[in-house]
Ligand binder design. Structure first.
Ligand code: 13P
Length: 335
C-alpha cells in the first residue's frame, strides 16, 4: 500500500471549493428515477443521461471526483470516447461504486447488510487499471422502534472496514458510507444518537482493520429528523447537531467528510451545508463537503426528461447545483 499516493488523492478530492458528484446509481435506482418521470428505462437512455452529465461544460470547476457505476464506467459518448476518459481530461478524478447493494439481514427484520466482498480484490484491480482512483461502499442503517440492533451496526461497520482495507491495498481511496436513512418518524435527537453510535462503530472497525485514516473519506448523512416526523428542525439546529456529532466521532486525521443528500431537496442540502460552514467553519479539523447524487442531479434530470432538445438546459441546471454546493462549502451560498 502506497500511503502517500492515497493521501494525495484524498487531498485532491477534498481540495478548494470542490466536492464530489455521485452518479453511481445502480441500474435499478436509475430506472426508478427515470420511471417517475416517464423516461424510457433502457441502457441507451441511461447512457445518454450520463453523457449529458460528464459533458456538462464547467462541471470541473466545482467537482473534483465523480463516482460511477459498473455499467457507466464501461460506457462511452456517442462518438465513442469512454466517459472515464472525458472525466480525466477535465481533471475530474473517476471513482467507482463497488458494493453490490444492501439486502435484508437474515434474522434481523427491517435491517440490511451490504454485499460485495467476494471477489472484491480482483474487481478493484480491474477498476484501477481502467483509471478509477477511489471507490465507494454504502451501508444502510434504518431507524425504527427496536432498530438498529448493535449486531447490524457492527456487521456493517466490519464490512465497511474490510472493503476499505481492500481499497487501500489496491491503491484506491475508500469512501466509507454508513447511511442512516431518513425513512421513518424519528426525531433529530434520535438520528443524532444512532449516527453517533454508527460512526463510533465504523471508526473502531477501521482502526481494528488497520485502515489508514489519512487515505480515506467519510460519506455520512446529515443529522435530520425522519421524513415522516412532525419535527422540522431549522438550519441552525441541523448544522449544530451534525457538526457536533462528527466532532465527537471522526478523528482529525481523516482528510474529509463528504455528505450524501439522502432525499433532501437540492436547496435545503446546500443551505444546511452552508450553515455548517458559516457557524462552525473555523472549528472543524477536516474538510466538510458534498458527495450528492439527487441534490445535484434531480433538477437536471427533470429538465432533461429524456429529450435531446433539453440537454443544454439540463447541463446548466446540473452545473448550477454543483456551483451552489461549491459556494456552500465555503459558506457563501445564497438561495
Ligand atoms: P444521494 O445524495 O441521492 O443520497 O446519493 C448519494 C449516494 O451516493 C448514495 O449512495
Amino acid at each position: 500500500m502506497d500511503t502517500s499516493t492515497l493521501k494525495t488523492i484524498a487531498y485532491q478530492l477534498m481540495q478548494g471549493n470542490k466536492g464530489l458528484l455521485a452518479m453511481d446509481e445502480s441500474t435499478t435506482t436509475c430506472n426508478k428515477r427515470f420511471q417517475e418521470l416517464g423516461i424510457p428505462q433502457t441502457e441507451e437512455y441511461r447512457r445518454k443521461y450520463r453523457d449529458l452529465i460528464v459533458n456538462a461544460p464547467g462541471l470541473e470547476e466545482y467537482i473534483s471526483g465523480a463516482i460511477l457505476f459498473d455499467e457507466t464506467i464501461h460506457q462511452s459518448t456517442a462518438d465513442g470516447t469512454l466517459f472515464i476518459d472525458i472525466l480525466k481530461r477535465k481533471g475530474i478524478i473517476p471513482g467507482i461504486k463497488v458494493d453490490e447493494g444492501a439486502i435484508p439481514m437474515v434474522g434481523f427484520p427491517g435491517e440490511k447488510i451490504t454485499e460485495g466482498l467476494d471477489g472484491l480484490g480482483d474487481r478493484l484491480k480491474k477498476y484501477y487499471q481502467m483509471g478509477a482512483r477511489f471507490a465507494k461502499w454504502r451501508a444502510v442503517i434504518t431507524i425504527g422502534a427496536d432498530i438498529p440492533s448493535s449486531t447490524c451496526i457492527k456487521a456493517n461497520a466490519y464490512t465497511l472496514a474490510r472493503y476499505a482495507m481492500f481499497c487501500q491495498e489496491a491503491g484506491l481511496v475508500p469512501i466509507v458510507e454508513p447511511e442512516v436513512v431518513m425513512d421513518g418518524d424519528h426525531s433529530l435527537q434520535r438520528c443524532a444518537e444512532v449516527t453517533t453510535e454508527v460512526i463510533h462503530a465504523v471508526f473502531n472497525a477501521l482502526y481494528q482493520h488497520r485502515v489508514d485514516l489519512e487515505g480515506m473519506i467519510l460519506k455520512p448523512n446529515m443529522i435530520l429528523s425522519g421524513e415522516d416526523s412532525a419535527e422540522k428542525p431549522g438550519l441552525d439546529e441541523v448544522a449544530e447537531a451534525t457538526v457536533k456529532c462528527f466532532l465527537k466521532t471522526v478523528p482529525a486525521s481523516v482528510p474529509g467528510i463528504a455528505f450524501l443528500s439522502g432525499g433532501q431537496s437540492a436547496a435545503l442540502a446546500s443551505e444546511r451545508l452552508n450553515r455548517m460552514h458559516t457557524r462552525f467553519g473555523d472549528v472543524m479539523p477536516w474538510v466538510l463537503t458534498y458527495s450528492f447524487s439527487r441534490a445535484i442531479q434531480q433538477p437536471a434530470l427533470e429538465l432533461w426528461n429524456g429529450n435531446d432538445e433539453n440537454i443544454i438546459a439540463a447541463q446548466r441546471a446540473l452545473v448550477h447545483r454543483a456551483a451552489c454546493n461549491s459556494a456552500a462549502k465555503i459558506g457563501v451560498y445564497t438561495a
